[in-house]
Design a protein around this ligand. Structure first.
Ligand SMILES: NC(=O)c1ccc[n+]([C@@H]2O[C@H](COP(=O)([O-])OP(=O)(O)OC[C@H]3O[C@@H](n4cnc5c(N)ncnc54)[C@H](OP(=O)(O)O)[C@@H]3O)[C@@H](O)[C@H]2O)c1
Length: 238
């Protein structure tokens, strides 16, 4: 059955490939990005897929922006993918990239952005009764990172790691809070992916990551809600 999916950070990288992949298999996608008038890759997909793709403006740091995006979307959703994320500085404590402004950007995008997205699209997930009758569980997928695993702590990008630890923690909390609503939540490490963030030397392409992630989202059930795993389905320590 066709799924109705919202993806944030959909204009490039893993978000763009998840959008492309979901459309190719026949899903209906709301692709959220900060600057829809500069989203050339999404425009190309819209030309090819017509009504199956809606491009919407969404700045994850701003609750007003997320709220407005949610208000503009009338249709129910089966899956919300909180993918938008940023890594502003890759060094350790002495990296000058760890400015107040960059830290605030990371905290607001990677943590608050996930929270705002889940909060304001919750009503859309609850509205998907028809899909529920067909066996589709409404789900929230948080794109986190193994760099947020405290058991796999490292010496690089401590602020990014902390924000991703929080994003995974948020997913766990939401899984508990939304269990009675029949909404499942998971957190995923997408792999080390060849994107602007991952760099050209990363291990896998965005296509491989996106295809595997969509399969993992489909495999999520109420019994496995709260999971933290890799794009290949390997459990990750918190
Ligand atoms: N690549 C990797 O190896 C890797 C590994 C682990 C986890 N991840 C996670 O995977 C997700 C996608 O990463 P990626 O590799 O595709 O990164 P990317 O190529 O840098 O793309 C990041 C996406 O997030 C959007 N974004 C950033 N800040 C935003 C904000 N405040 N509001 C709305 N959108 C915002 C960007 O939009 P603009 O174009 O407007 O900036 C862009 O669409 C992120 O959450 C990242 O942390 C990536």
């Amino acid at each position: 059955m066709t799924q109705r999916i919202l993806i944030t950070g959909a204009n490039r990288g893993i978000g763009l490939e998840m959008t492309r992949r979901a459309l190719a298999r026949g899903d209906v996608v709301s692709a959220a990005c900060r600057t829809p008038d500069k989203a050339a890759a999404l425009d190309e997909l819209a030309a090819a897929h017509g009504d199956a793709l809606t491009i919407i403006g969404l700045e994850a740091r701003s609750e007003a922006s997320v709220q407005a995006a949610a208000a503009a979307l009338a249709a129910p959703l089966d899956l919300v993918v909180a993918n938008a994320g940023t890594m502003n500085a890759r060094g350790g404590l002495t990296d000058p990239g760890h400015t107040e402004e960059n830290i605030a950007d990371s905290l607001m995008t990677n943590i608050a952005g996930v929270f705002f997205t889940a909060r304001h699209f919750l009503a859309h997930l609850k509205a998907g009764a028809e899909a529920r009758a067909a066996g589709i569980i409404p789900r929230i997928a948080v794109i986190s990172s193994q760099m947020g695993s405290s058991e796999r702590a490292g010496t690089t990008a401590p602020i990014y790691r902390a924000t991703k630890a929080a994003a995974t923690n948020l997913a766990r909390s939401m899984a508990l809070e939304l269990a009675d609503d029949g909404i499942a939540v998971g957190a995923w490490h997408p792999g080390w992916v060849q994107t602007d963030m991952g760099g050209a030397g990363a291990a896998i392409t965005a296509e491989v990551s996106a295809a595997a992630l969509l399969q993992r989202f489909d495999a999520l059930t109420m019994a496995t809600s709260g999971v933290f795993e890799t794009y290949e389905g390997e459990p990750l320590p918190f």
